[in-house]
Design a protein around this ligand. Sequence first.
Ligand SMILES: [Zn+2]
Length: 331
Amino acid sequence: MIDQNTYPELEPGTVPADEMTLRPRSNFVNILVLRELESHAVFTTNGEDADIATVALDAEDGSMDYAPGLMFMRKQTGSDRRFGKALQRDLGLFDEDEDECTMQVNEMCQDCVDCILYGSAASSDEGNDVSITSRVMYDTAYSLRDASVVIDEKFQNAPGDDYAKSAEATIREPDFFEPGTMFPSVVTLRDATPAELAFVLGITAKNKRYGATTSRLGRVKNRILGVYVGSEEGPANLDLTRETIARLRADDETDYETVSDIVMAEALDPSRTAEHVSDAFDAAIDTEGLDLQQVSNETVDSIVDVATSDDLAEVLTEQRDHSTTFLDQAE
Ligand SMILES: [Zn+2]
């Protein structure tokens, strides 16, 4: 069982399954993740250009700008939801006579654990006239290094017989993020049950594809660095990214002399970086005085074990009964 009795540490940030309520309360679970690309990936909104921001960093002689590549929150949610629905299907959670849940905005079933946790829009179907607000919050993630080192612009010559080609004959391929690019990310659950947390942890541990759905691109390793529970949200991804860069620079074990050495580095050590992301989160709790406690690694490991096994089916089946009761309050 995954509930507050089995895992009392979760109590400050979750609600018991039979106390799910439509009125928002202040129970938060923050899942700290370091996303690392294991293949090239395409994250673009216009189909061509990678999304890039300009961010100011504290540097040795004042401040400097760098241009991180972005993994928009929508890309993360979309991919995780698609994976979560497939996971439910694989676990046999949809009845034979049940229309399986889809990713079409107005055609979601509104009746599975994914729809009730991640939210769904009202549809024209009878009985589906309520919209459910998502209780999972994602935040746009920033690459630790500069776009000029993590993004590759690829051009491909258009097929043709001529030796000489005009500029227009060159096909612009979408920008590719390089393998090794890392994005510190937080996924936040509000008023979720322990079983719903297990569902999101299972998705986070197992989902390996982000970005364009086709092809072999976009392989991502999600390292779950910590789970924090309490009455508020943790730091934003941007703060976490900035603080991680500052900590990498201050690290005596590494040879970086300047902030620029880090954001322009050919590669960063993933384990070292993961430690600094965790430390950056802990430091934010201290300096901002956040009411958050870290859940022990034993507890997180134990929940992830269940969430990545077939035992998740039982957890989600029971959760679904509670989710349906919860939904009935809205109708
Ligand atoms: Zn659904």
